[in-house]
Design a protein around this ligand. Sequence first.
Ligand SMILES: Cc1cc2nc3c(=O)[nH]c(=O)nc-3n(C[C@H](O)[C@H](O)[C@H](O)COP(=O)(O)O)c2cc1C
Length: 318
Amino acid sequence: MSETSSTAGKIFLAPMEGVVDHVMRDMLTSVGSYDLCVTEFIRVTQQLYKPALFYKFCPELKAGSVTPSGTPVRVQLLGQDPDWMAENAVRAVELGSPGVDLNFGCPAKTVNKSKGGAILLREPETLYRIISAVRGAVPADKPVTVKMRLGYEDKSLVLDNARAIESAGADMLTVHARTKVEGYKPPAHWHWIAKICDEVSLPVVANGEIWSTEDALECRRESGCDDIMIGRGALALPNLSRMIGEGEAPMTWDEVRKLLIRYAGTERPDRREGFLPSRVKQWFTYLRLQYPQADDMFRDLKRLQDLDEMIRLLSSEA
Ligand SMILES: Cc1cc2nc3c(=O)[nH]c(=O)nc-3n(C[C@H](O)[C@H](O)[C@H](O)COP(=O)(O)O)c2cc1C
């Protein structure tokens, strides 16, 4: 962590299922400066998962639970059964995760239908039961952190949820400042996070719609939180965390291209064919928001299926 970012507040890299896997964490932490990354969620059902599953979501567990550039990575769990959540949380920390993060923000229909993710924000008592079971099972020196939205349909239970989360013993609460129903539609309601901070005394992290240094400043001002989490903004501007924390200039398109070439060249023997080309295209959808050159290049790139051809195109301006 840089000195600047520690005085200005911490910056966390948001979990993003299907986007921010260990390779993306490696890329983003190599050009950014984060205090912590959180994995994609592991969906907990009625079973204790084998270590292999934890390693799949978080290969960093085998390397001290840090990314190659040294940023800690915490495993995230999503589920509704307190006992199975607790058992899997214990396994995550036994395997080396620096604590465990619990997801109560996921809006996915399939997940909500089986009573996981944001739907639990309708039931503060259930949140309480899950978090206290996990907190009671995980050693006291390992943080149990929680991520939530402002509610499911509306914000009427937001303070009840925050109080339940605190009284269950959570060590930190990250708030994506929208309800489930609001999806990803701007704006994020950062001022609601301030209401939460007035109500509880555990550390609160503000999240949602931080795309620039100005957004970070405004979010910190409106929410009253020093600590922030950034997701899509970090994919659009890969060094956004350093821009916010250290006043760095945005990476040039040339630098971003080199990062993309590195990303496209990563070895992933476990992945099906076509996986990486589609991930490269997916990253472009975010980069196009900030880099006109990415928009230009995407016209040719989107037709390509072959990774080597993609790398040739990415290298063509070098
Ligand atoms: C594609 C995608 C996948 C996500 N997956 C997760 C997840 O696995 N766990 C989680 O807690 N939040 C997840 N989120 C929510 C983000 O962590 C974050 O709260 C949200 O994107 C708002 O932050 P941002 O505006 O900085 O992107 C996901 C968001 C997106 C767009």
